[in-house]
Design a protein around this ligand. Structure first.
Ligand code: ZN
Length: 387
């Protein structure tokens, strides 16, 4: 399976992945998902929000046990973030069938749409729409760098943007969700464990800072006459670092859009995206309030996810089925967190990442650890499907 998707959306120069939601690479990955489902005789469904579900058994009879992840990537991302969870889901199902297991409950494999938000700025669009956390009108109006709205892009992909929104029927099918994911840190390296189980997801959000100024000639405009928005932006980046250190949180400006974006022009507008997270929700909010005040920019909340504590009973059960795997918190958002915050009992299994690097072509997991992840996922699914 890994060999079949490895090349899709890969930048030949950097080896990083470009798998924007609804891009040709994403559509190709969706087709691959359908083929893997068909090969196993699973019942493939796409819900109203573009999420894919492959069912073994009928979830309308009884809510099922669902596992899976996403297939889109951040820009210049790694191979494992998302696809490892989907490939492991199919592999775990194969393992259960090889053992002749007949699950008492339906077993589903999910692929959530647009988890990373690389194209439209908002992460977990598929699961947020499914659960009603993201307003469908707002989703339809999101635009990409080309100025194309999500509604237009969906229509172009043959989907109905009018159908977006909370989907009770699909939600009813999901009794429990377990997402396997490559670890995006080095906790498991420090604990010398190949897999771990998530305790909680830090509160996190994205804010767009628009710094307005006056575009002008870089040669003929005297310094004193300039209204250059790059300067308050630069001061804000430095201030964010200091404020984050003081507050015990993390803050990142990782994306900017400069207009007109000419080497010989004073910019007229700098838009920059702040990603802020931390174990303490108040500390994150304090940081954003402080930066909003300091920057003088126009600040728009693009997403906010409060702390997610995974279901404690399920977590212990998953940790036990995983052979007593360690339990750890994470600073990364996931579809499992969205489902959990919407009341679906959810859990996560992490697979060790030797360098801790993620959202980069250097993201990695050793094959042996991936196999351990599949075995652990199979054991967890077997336990959850048993009654
Ligand atoms: Zn992911």
């Amino acid at each position: 399976m890994w060999g079949a998707i490895e090349h899709l959306g890969r930048d030949g120069r950097t080896r990083g992945y470009l798998r924007d939601a609804w891009s040709p690479a994403d559509l190709e990955l969706r087709r691959w998902f359908g083929q893997e489902a068909a090969r196993r005789g699973l019942d493939l469904r796409e819900d109203r929000n573009g999420n894919l579900w492959a069912w073994w058994g009928d979830p309308s009879v009884r809510p099922g046990v669902v596992t899976g992840s996403h297939l889109d990537s951040v820009r210049q991302g790694g191979a494992f973030d998302g696809p490892l969870g989907v490939v492991s889901a199919f592999a775990a199902l194969d393992l259960l069938r090889a053992r002749d297991l007949r699950p008492a409950r339906p077993l589903g494999i999910a692929c959530f749409s647009d988890e990373e938000g690389a194209r439209f700025g908002v992460p977990c669009v598929g699961s947020r729409l499914l659960t009603g956390i993201l307003d469908p009108d707002r989703a339809r109006a999101l635009t990409d760098d080309e100025g194309d709205s999500l509604a237009e892009v969906l229509r172009g992909a043959g989907r109905d943007p009018g159908a977006l929104g909370r989907d009770e029927e699909t939600l009813r099918h999901v009794g429990v969700f377990v997402e396997l994911h490559v670890e995006q840190g080095k906790d498991l390296v420090h604990r010398d464990a190949p897999v771990g189980v998530a305790s909680a997801i830090w509160p996190h959000g994205r804010w767009r800072f628009d710094f307005h100024g006056q575009a002008n000639h870089a040669g003929t405009t005297r310094l004193a006459d300039r209204d250059d928005p790059m300067l308050p932006f630069a001061r804000t980046v430095l201030h964010a670092r200091q404020a984050a250190e003081r507050g015990g949180v993390v803050a990142t400006f990782g994306r900017t859009r400069v207009s007109p974006n000419n080497a010989n022009a004073v910019p007229g507008l700098v838009s920059a995206w702040l990603d802020a997270r931390g174990g303490d929700e108040d500390a994150v909010r304090t940081l954003v309030a402080e930066l909003t005040e300091f920057s003088g920019a126009e600040v728009t909340v693009e997403s906010w996810t409060p702390v997610v504590d995974f279901d404690a009973v399920l977590r212990e059960r998953v940790a036990a089925a995983a052979g007593g795997a360690p339990v750890l918190p994470t600073g990364a958002g996931h579809d499992a967190g969205i489902l959990a915050s919407a009341g679906v009992p959810s859990a996560m299994v992490f697979v060790r990442n030797p360098t801790g690097i993620s959202h980069s072509p250097d993201e990695h997991a050793e094959t042996a650890d991936c196999h351990t992840g599949v075995a652990v996922l199979a054991a967890v699914l077997e336990d959850l499907c048993a009654s």
